[in-house]
Ligand binder design. Structure first.
Ligand SMILES: [Zn+2]
Length: 139
């Protein structure tokens, strides 16, 4: 091996040190747009699992809300949520956006790092970023 004048290790260190410093959390809150397919009398949300995960909600937790808003019954097939009836992209997106506004985003600090906590007949939005505990309408 010839002497090249620099070591591979120091090159690596140099490369890493030039990477921009990133904050630990991903920062941006991005919920994928629902992929909606109508099949006969059913509506399928193909990426439902990813949507629920992006907002840190259980699939059942989010589905319960949607079926109440849309007035239908749900079933699950893999990552998909199946709704009885025909619903267009717009109405599903609208319901998801209202859910995010009312049940995901902390009203105090506007961060999405929250969980829903049920206590008796009450529902609270508990923020893991600022610690706020906000009463929300149970669904
Ligand atoms: Zn907060």
């Amino acid at each position: 091996m010839s002497e090249s004048g620099f070591s591979y290790e120091s090159m690596l260190e140099d490369a890493y040190s030039r990477l921009p410093a990133k904050p630990k959390s991903t920062g941006r809150f991005e919920v994928p747009r629902p992929k909606v397919e109508v099949a006969g009398k059913r509506t399928i949300i193909l990426n439902f699992k990813q949507i629920a995960e992006a907002m840190n909600r259980g699939e059942g937790e989010l589905a319960n809300y949607l079926v109440r808003e849309l007035g239908t019954a749900p079933s699950f097939e893999g990552d998909n949520l199946i709704l009885q009836g025909r619903f267009n992209q717009q109405s599903i997106e609208r319901a998801i956006n209202v859910y995010i506004r009312d049940y995901v985003i902390c009203p105090v600090c506007r961060r999405p790092d929250t969980v829903l906590v049920k206590e008796k007949r009450f529902l609270f939005l508990v923020c893991q970023a600022c610690g706020a505990r906000s009463s929300v309408r149970p669904y």
